[in-house]
Design a protein around this ligand. Sequence first.
Ligand code: ASP
Length: 294
Amino acid sequence: MGRISGRSMETAIVVHGGCGRVEESSLEERRAGVRQAAERGWEILRAGGSALDAAEAAVVVLEDLPLFNAGRGSALTRDGRIEMDAALMDGATRRAGAVACVSRVANPIQLARRVMDASPHVMLCGAGAEAFAVEQGLPACDWRELVVADRRCQWEREHGTVGAVALDARGGLAAATSTGGTSGKLPGRVGDTPIIGAGTYADQAAAVSCTGTGESILRMTLARMAALWRERLGEAQAAAERALAELTAEVGGEAGPILVDRGGGFAIAQNTPHMPVCAIHAGGVVVRSHTTGS
Ligand code: ASP
């Protein structure tokens, strides 16, 4: 089981780029991508911005990079289309926004934010979500514009989901996650990512974003469990590992939760060989992609 952990004095952001099996040759680029995203979020935190804004902005960076399975570069459904899921949650207020099965927006995480801020709902899906995007003035796009040629190499797309968790200077926590889902999924399938408590969760004590086998993460409500273990155990890394171990033992499957807590402690756990991550906190920058080593 892989891990890195740390503690910051104030703000912190951790970003992941999915826990899948990918070509070794793409790892450097993936590490660069998560670093770019974390730096974007970090700039916002350092300027006094909120954890929610930082996490959302970090995820937008990765949705725009074709190497990751979110936004542009998303995995394809069994019938060769793109259907994306995304969610974010603000820990201080427990407000949340989510979208599922959307094909006509380039940045689903921004639509999730609009659902949270400008609708009375937590989640919208499919055509209704897309109509809401238009109403909100988000630019519509054709899903074909999001297909990246080498993305037809579908195994590469497994678990390239992206996510970010952040702690701001006021002690606010937030989580954001975005995905194209699993390669070859049935049209209409929704994974863990947009389900609050499964792939994405934040409260006043911890923020968690998950990647991995959605069908396993859903059944374990992994993000909520990791936050709960943080409360019980009082330590970020132990909590992430405990939640992951429970998933492995109870339902099996691949997973990689990342967590930041209100004290600035952060954790990354994974039961797969690869997961590009970048953590930036008061103590420095950690970038890595393997379970062990860099
Ligand atoms: N968890 C995502 C899903 O099942 C996949 C991933 O993490 O790459 O939709």
